[in-house]
Design a protein around this ligand. Structure first.
Ligand code: AP5
Ligand code: ZN
Length: 216
């Protein structure tokens, strides 16, 4: 399956994407995780992305699209993929359509995670992620690790993302409304969108997501 996951910052896209990718046996492709891996490796792309991410703005389309094109060309993506955090504006959605058309393939569905803004703010405020792998995501209250500050998956140190400050979150939400929400309409016109509530326990949201994707 080829799926795009959309939803505001902190909706639980990363949390659900890890579980869904495992269930569907397809790779989880997160542009946020790819940028964070570049930052921790100190690459040129990482240096470019860092200040933009800390400001809550979007990394330029040109580099983001090239990075995704590269990732989707890897052999494991031939069986399908779950895109998390991409596309994030209409230009990226058009570029993705072009990349897929070139390979004679198409998206199967777009899953839209709906969460009220006050909940998103609580989720982001308590989020802690792993130094070794930013897809290892916890929450101090809702999804606490067994040992405080330690990743259950790999034993790495947990920390708060530098773009999870109140001010940056406000900008990220604004960017979501102005830049990203229009892609939901873009994909609705292609009949690809299913919206589900992302409220409630993580496993219940996963069940809702799987039911929705089976109908895609
Ligand atoms: P990115 O990393 O994609 O951030 P985001 O979209 O803002 O999404 P988040 O990672 O904040 O949240 P999420 O929805 O994954 O929630 P999570 O599962 O962690 O992007 C970061 C930056 O990179 C962007 O601002 C931009 O600068 C750049 N970037 C990325 N992609 C780009 C692109 N395509 N173009 C240009 N720039 C790009 O969950 C949040 C918390 O809630 C966690 O603590 C979790 O444990 C908890 N939680 C999850 N589910 C539940 C639940 N059901 N109940 C209670 N708690 C829950
Ligand atoms: Zn870890």
């Amino acid at each position: 399956m080829r799926i795009v996951l959309v939803g505001p910052p902190g909706a639980g896209k990363g949390t659900q994407a890890v579980l869904l990718a495992k269930t569907l046996s397809i790779p989880h492709v997160s542009t946020g995780d790819l940028f964070r891996a570049n930052i921790s490796q100190g690459t040129e792309l990482g240096r470019l992305a860092k200040s933009i991410m800390d400001a809550g703005k979007l990394v330029p389309d040109e580099v983001t699209i090239a990075m995704v094109k590269d990732r989707l060309a890897q052999p494991d993506a031939a069986k399908g993929f779950l895109l998390d955090g991409f596309p994030r504006n209409t230009a990226q959605a058009v570029a993705l359509d072009e990349i897929l058309t070139e390979s004679g393939i198409a998206l199967d569905g777009v899953l839209d995670l709906e969460v009220p803004e006050d909940e998103v703010v609580k989720r982001i405020a308590g989020r802690r992620i792993c130094r070794n792998d930013s897809s290892h995501v916890f929450h101090v209250a809702y999804n606490a690790p067994k040992t405080e500050g330690v990743c259950d998956i790999c034993g790495g140190e947990l920390y708060q993302r530098s773009d999870d400050t109140e001010e940056t979150v406000r900008t990220r939400l604004e960017v979501y409304h102005t830049e990203t929400e229009p892609i939901i309409e873009y994909y609705k016109q292609q009949g690809l969108v299913t919206t589900i509530s992302a409220l409630g326990p993580v496993n219940e949201v996963t069940e809702r997501a799987i039911t929705a994707l089976k109908q895609s």
